[in-house]
Design a protein around this ligand. Sequence first.
Ligand code: ATP
Ligand code: MN
Ligand code: MN
Length: 306
Amino acid sequence: TRATKASAKVAPADASAVVITHPDRVVFPDDGITKQDVVDYYRAVMPWLLPPIADRPTSTIRCPGGIGSPCFFQKHVMAGLEHVGTAKLKEETGAQAVYLYPRDEAGLIELVQFGAVEFHPWGSHVGSPDIADRVVFDLDPGEDVDWRRVVAAARMVRGLLDELGLVSFVRTTGGKGLHVVVPLNPGADWDTVKTFARGFAEAMAALHPLEFVATATKRFRRGKIYVDYLRNGRGATAVASYSLRSRPGAPVAVPLRWEELGKVKSGNAFDLRSLPKRLARLKKDPWEGIDEVRQDLASVSEKLGA
Ligand code: ATP
Ligand code: MN
Ligand code: MN
């Protein structure tokens, strides 16, 4: 019989398909966290980590010598991967490049075997790379901004989105700030998303000029929160929920319920050791319902005056 596309599809593999070499290699030297600990962490969070990034082109931050040695932000595929999908996609320059995308547990663990510490997906899927289904507002506090203001800022972002009829979700980044994520269904082309994201960031800065800036220029950011809308574009990425960060303490990017944001102490409040305990206690996904949200940008641009 004739081979069909479906039969050519590889069956999902689990992590046991991947051999981990140098499990005792230290990845986080200040914390005594080894490569095996990183593998165990990612295996533990896999049911939460994988679904939202599966089939999205995904960059990794690889730290082959641990985070005490140079790490590399890697967009493109590397030789030797057996469990990771590859897709030829156009770059901004117009040239083609081969991107990787995780499909299953084995693929993510294989990337860890290759030194990946962080995962950074696109806002679109490999099958339709030009259609964005996520907008990410990356709130970057400048110097002299304390955490309470970052929390208040995220709530203000949620408030204006709500006025525009858009539901949003919040996560810590594992770093200094927060991400406010807006799911789109149906999705929109990148031009539409970019224009919206920029218009929204400028509106926040106009409404609350003491709290927000919408320009990337560093010297304007002191004492304010930069609404980094540039996470939204073809090929731009934002850290995945449940990704580790290659920073001391092994912090994790963590989705939150809006109601619990006030109890969280910082952008890096959760780490490799504490996060599995949080997951064990959770009664439901903090971002429950995100896949069922039906909203798009069609009616929004006029309201923003963009
Ligand atoms: P924080 O809360 O500390 O700001 P963050 O993840 O939001 O944490 P940013 O520096 O604001 O960090 O955002 C940088 C984003 O840009 C990353 O999440 C990543 O997806 C992307 N990025 C990081 N390094 C590169 C790079 N070398 N090239 C392209 N994109 C990058
Ligand atoms: Mn940020
Ligand atoms: Mn940023």
